[in-house]
Structures are given as structure tokens and as C-alpha cells.
Write a protein that binds this ligand. Sequence first.
Ligand code: SAM
Length: 275
Amino acid sequence: MARPKKHYGQHFLHERGVIERIVAAITPRPGDRIVEIGPGEGALTLPLLRVAGRMTAIELDDDLIEPLRARAASVGELEIIHADALKVDLTALAEAEGGKLRLAGNLPYYVSSPILFHCLAHADALADMHFMLQKEVVDRMAAAPGGKVYGRLSVMLQLACKVEPLLRVAPGAFRPPPKVDSAVVRLTPLPTAQRPDPGLARMLEAVVRAAFGQRRKTLTNALHGLLDADAIRAAGIDPRARAETIAPAGFVALAQACNPADLPHGTLPAHNADQ
Ligand code: SAM
């Protein structure tokens, strides 16, 4: 067994019961186009491959690839892409596979938000995603308006996907144990017609960033420079409300009410939405 590398975020799953529960949550079926991000030593790969018959895995660490290939040889057909998951064009992969992908992965936590947003950028190519993440991140992804942890990540994720937290995983299930609790979440992209117009993406990002950047202020104050109180009211939102009480659809209405000419320069990409 390889010595886990900290800089690659390697925490290998070893607890059989946890692995079985994750695989059961994914419910692989023969013929599924499963793509695993970060297969490591194959804790999830091998049971998924056993059912699916063939699948793809994207792994960055060169040292893990040949041992994994050898372990998978008697189980099924495993294609390993040796790459940074952030650089893999999932839409092209789905086209090559002839249909939507099912993504899975116990994600490396150091890069989990960028990987999440990279996947969301290819949402039309994805049937669903099952990811292990820090529990605290899953809590924020699934949070409802009004709660303490409801924020940018909740809004941006919930506008793109149905978010279902599935199970909590304690540090002892991994080698080495991470310092935090983990959780598995299922993300199912909403139909294209139910997601915000891609043309609105930068404005939406700017509005959500501004609103939660000063979450204790009223929207009138937080959105100063983008929308005034009358425009906020015209969008159907109380201008005295705070960002943390506004449902995701409310932010779409606010973004639609903005003038694109007011878009701040140098808006950060959505994958920084981890506050
Ligand atoms: N799936 C295995 C398991 O559950 O035991 C390993 C999970 S470990 C938390 C994360 C895996 O992602 C490691 O194998 C690591 O080498 C790989 N990895 C790290 N950064 C990556 C990246 N940018 N792209 C693809 N894989 C990456």
C-alpha cells in the first residue's frame, strides 16, 4: 500500500461498512457511465467497477496508477485518465461515452470547491454526482435560508442542483484520519430550463457575493452600487431583508433586475464561492 501523500489530499477509505454504504448510495448499474475523481487505491473503484463492468477514473498521483490498474484488471474494464480533474473536459468525455456521466469521488479536500464548480460548469453532461466532502461543506451546500451556515455556496449549488446529504463519515474510516468529519452528498443537476440563464451567471455571482459579503447589512446597503431599494422592491424582495433570509430564486430575481453595465470588474470565478 502506498504511503498517503498529504499534498494530494490523500485519505484512503478503509472501513468496509462505510464503503458498502457509499456504494449502495450510488447504486451503480451495469452500463452506467461512472467517472470517479481521485480513485486512490481503489476503495470505491473496485466495488463500483464490479457492478458497472467498465468505468473511468481520473487520478493525479502517478504512483497510484499502475497498482490500481493491476488491481482492477480481474474486476472489469477500468480506463484511468492520469490528469488533474480540473483539466478534464467532462462534456467531451460524456460525448465520447455516448451519454450523461455519473460522477463519484472521495474528493481531495484541498481542491474540493474548485472541483465542485468545475463539475457544475459541465452540469448538462452529468446525470448525478456523489461526493465525499468535509461535513461542514456539505452542511453549507444543503443549508436552507435563515440558518447560520446558509451562504454563497448554498445559493450557487441549489440553483444548479438538487442537494441531498446522505451519510456522515467519522475520521476513523480513513487512513490517515482527517481532522474533520466528512459527509457524502448526492447532487443531481436540475433540468437546464430550471437553472438560471448562463448569460446571468456573472451578474448572479456578483449579487450573491455582494449580498453575503456584508451579510449583517440590509440588502439595500449590501447591494449599494448594483441595485437601490426601489429596484430591490420591484424584484419582489424586501430591501430591508438580509441576504441570509433570501431563497436562491430571490437572488436570480435580483440579478435579473441589475444593469450589466454595473457589473464589478474582475468578478471572481464561481469556484471561490466557499463562504
Ligand atoms: N477514492 C480513494 C478512497 O476513497 O480511498 C482516495 C480518496 S483521497 C481523499 C483523494 C484522491 O484524489 C487521491 O487518490 C489523490 O491522489 C487524488 N487527487 C488529488 N488531487 C487530484 C486532482 N486534482 N485530480 C484528480 N485526482 C486528485
